[in-house]
Design a protein around this ligand. Structure first.
Ligand SMILES: C[S@@+](CC[C@H](N)C(=O)[O-])C[C@H]1O[C@@H](n2cnc3c(N)ncnc32)[C@H](O)[C@@H]1O
Length: 236
């Protein structure tokens, strides 16, 4: 695993390479369950029609599309990602012409004004950043008071046996499936390695609380191998 700043360039180039196969591999790796977790992520963002929402590390846009359906035609969604390859697929997939602005950028330096969103989401994105605390501070900055942040990512099960099973799946099965479908086994070897250096869901919750977020909740999925962490920026 490269270190910053090489890690950023490595991750960006890697997602550019696997973009065309990304959705198919996700469906295979999770037996389609990621779709359900993404719907739950958007439900926890608690947005209403007309709202403005930001989806960071939007990739091919799954969560951005769900947000756009929730905010409706009067609302607005921004999908931000630093891989042009992933954004190109997202643009192609927006066949219904939902009101989404696709923005190429880095979530550790979001080029958007303070307090401008009613919700921020990020799916399988935080574990890729080189400076997690900077990304969380940026998320806090762009949220309006009372707005919610929701992260969906790989988690670390509490129980050792389940953790062992999840590691076998991540380190053996995922690179195998990803390698066969995309022809790029290295990229899918990165996935479990990125999770090893990422904080677990309970530590992420603590970091959000330390930043001043309230109503911080951890929702384990797949026995803790996946986790949705939600939080609210207080009124002031
Ligand atoms: C595993 S994909 C997730 C895509 C999508 N959110 C989903 O759940 O299917 C991770 C995405 O994060 C993006 N990414 C990684 N680090 C980033 C950063 N610092 N700023 C913006 N995007 C980043 C990658 O380009 C990639 O598209």
């Amino acid at each position: 695993m490269p270190q910053a700043p090489e890690k950023g360039r490595y991750v960006q180039a890697m997602f550019d390479t696997i973009a065309t196969h990304y959705d198919r591999v996700n469906d295979l790796m999770t037996a389609g369950a990621h779709r359900q977790w993404k719907r739950q992520t958007v439900a926890l963002a608690a947005i209403t029609p007309g709202a403005r929402a930001l989806d960071l590390a939007t990739g091919t846009g799954d969560i951005a599309f769900l947000l756009a359906d929730s905010v409706g035609p009067q609302g607005e969604v921004v999908g931000l990602d630093f891989s042009e390859g992933m954004l190109a697929i997202a643009r192609q997939r927006n066949l219904q012409g939902r009101n989404i602005t696709w923005l190429q950028g880095d979530m550790t330096a979001i080029a958007l004004p303070d307090a401008s969103f009613d919700a921020v989401t990020v799916g399988y994105g935080l574990r890729n950043v080189t400076n997690l605390d900077r990304a969380l501070a940026e998320i806090h900055r762009v949220l309006r008071p009372n707005a919610r942040f929701v992260s969906l990512d790989l988690g670390k099960p509490r129980f050792r046996l389940i953790r062992w099973g999840a590691d076998i799946y991540s380190f053996r099965v995922v690179p195998l499936i990803g390698g066969i479908v995309s022809g790029n086994r290295d990229a899918y070897q990165y996935l479990p390695e990125s999770n090893q250096s990422f904080v677990d869901q309970r530590e992420l919750a603590k970091r959000l609380q330390a930043l001043g977020f309230t109503e911080v909740q951890v929702h384990d999925r797949a026995m803790g191998a996946m986790a949705i962490v939600s939080a609210k920026k207080p009124r002031s």
